[in-house]
Ligand binder design. Structure first.
Ligand SMILES: Cc1cc2nc3c(=O)[nH]c(=O)nc-3n(C[C@H](O)[C@H](O)[C@H](O)COP(=O)(O)OP(=O)(O)OC[C@H]3O[C@@H](n4cnc5c(N)ncnc54)[C@H](O)[C@@H]3O)c2cc1C
Length: 408
């Protein structure tokens, strides 16, 4: 019988963070990934915010595509005219990555620390004994056992579902996107984007959504959508409209679409992130910042906390809920996550009652403002009255940006 201390299901952000940390803590760990190579099954906007580097500073040693010092926001009108403003990020910036390059590197870091990686291995079920998760079953009908299973299987995790922790997600808790990687030469990317992430807000048409083009070394990552999954949302039409905007045609002229996908971003945290022998991390647990879609930072955070809790369970010989509850306590009490989450949720609840334009404007304003500098400002914890300051600042920022838009 094959037995490990820890099985990590998934070779994405949370999975490799968990496997790496488990190995560093001396645990016998195996990471199971359904793709031939980690990263090929993942779609993502590709920007790691400064928050991610707080949780996992080592990511900066990885294959970073572009260090992004700021961003541009384009407001496109129905007649194709637009206005644009450019903004810095308080000196903190973001880092774009190509998941097909970054994820293999990340999984390799886990292997370098002592973790075993098995690719082309899909988990189809969990093994339970006396109501405790004790292993997994692969598509090759192998049974692999462990003291603890860490689920990092992403938004549609089979493990969390089989364990009864992940139910049906509501439309208002899922953001729908079409994504593509568009290949362009390095020189063209530099000329057209100048290392800046670009957001496009198309107002006045049917396309009320948050679209982006993020610079990578050899092309751009495109995303269209960002709408909650309400009836009538037509992602195909939105994508076609976006690609037909004159400014977008210029930006991607000569480019080749090399890959594309349709993805959902679940942003409601599941009710319980642990069970006897099991912890749920990353996207599977719904760790995505409401509205902004920032999830990699929290995948890194939850992977790390799950690994540290697994080490405690193994050293005490107790992987029951009494020990694994510490995982939930860890992420719930993480000051940075707590603040970002409460703030994001407050903003979402407030904005969903507002007109569309205001929702989109404020999302963008707030994301620029807090995705990068704020984590550093708040590292030491946030008190009640700081939350009010954050809200006030976001409202002020929205008003300033709305007033100060230069027009073309
Ligand atoms: C369109 C889009 C854009 C985004 N843009 C950004 C962004 O710019 N910045 C940001 O911070 N976040 C972004 N996010 C969120 C971010 O992608 C996620 O938060 C992050 O990838 C979650 O990491 P994870 O490890 O939990 O899941 P994933 O990265 O999805 O990894 C899950 C892994 O598990 C594997 N797997 C799944 N099922 C099985 C199985 N049964 N057996 C074995 N392996 C399995 C998958 O192949 C995959 O490798 C975006 C999300 C979407 C949908």
């Amino acid at each position: 019988m094959e037995k490990y201390d820890v099985i990590v299901v998934g070779g994405g952000m949370a999975g490799s963070a968990a496997a790496k940390r488990c190995a560093e803590l001396g645990l016998k760990v195996v990471q199971l990934e359904k793709a031939q190579t980690p990263g090929t099954k993942n779609a993502c906007g590709s920007a790691i915010t400064a928050t991610g580097t707080v949780y996992a500073p080592y990511v900066l040693e990885g294959p970073i595509e572009v260090k992004v010092p700021g961003s541009r926001v384009y407001y496109i009108q129905r007649n194709g005219k637009y206005c644009m403003f450019e903004t810095g990020m308080g000196g903190y910036g973001m880092y774009t990555i190509h998941r097909t390059k970054f994820d293999p590197w990340h999984a390799q870091q886990a292997c370098n620390a002592g973790s075993e990686l098995r690719t082309a291995t899909t988990i189809i079920d969990i093994i339970k004994e006396d109501d405790r998760v004790v292993g997994v079953i692969t598509d090759k009908e192998e049974k692999i056992y462990a003291e603890v299973v860490i689920d990092a299987g992403g938004a549609h995790s089979i493990v969390a579902r089989k364990a009864g922790l992940l139910g049906r997600r509501a439309g208002t808790d899922n953001v729908l996107y079409a994504t593509a990687f568009i290949q362009l030469s390095k020189k063209v990317v530099k000329e057209r984007f100048n290392q800046l992430c670009e957001w496009y807000l198309t107002l006045g048409g049917s396309n009320y959504c948050l679209n982006w083009l993020f610079p990578l070394k050899d092309g751009v990552s495109m995303g269209v959508g960002g709408g909650y999954m309400t009836p009538g949302l037509n992602i195909r039409q939105q994508t076609l409209e976006f690609l037909n905007e004159p400014i977008i045609k210029e930006k991607i002229k000569g480019g080749k679409i090399k890959s594309w996908g349709i993805r959902t971003d679940p942003e409601k945290i599941i009710e319980k992130t642990y069970a006897p022998g099991l912890m749920i991390t990353g996207h599977a647990a719904g760790f995505v910042q409401p509205f902004i879609g920032e999830g990699m930072a929290f995948a890194l955070m939850s992977g790390k906390y799950a690994a540290e809790t697994a080490a405690e369970a193994i050293s005490s010989g107790d992987a029951s809920e009494e020990t694994l509850v510490n995982y939930e306590t860890r992420w719930k009490n993480d000051p940075l996550f707590k603040t970002m989450r409460i703030y994001g949720q407050t903003l979402k609840d407030y904005l969903l009652k507002r007109p569309q334009e205001e929702i989109i404007n404020t999302m963008i304003a707030a994301s620029h403002w807090y995705a990068s500098p704020v984590p550093f400002m708040l590292k030491d914890g946030v008190k009640e009255n700081d939350m009010r300051k954050l809200e006030k600042a976001a409202k002020l920022l929205y008003r300033l940006e709305a007033l100060g838009l230069p027009s073309t």
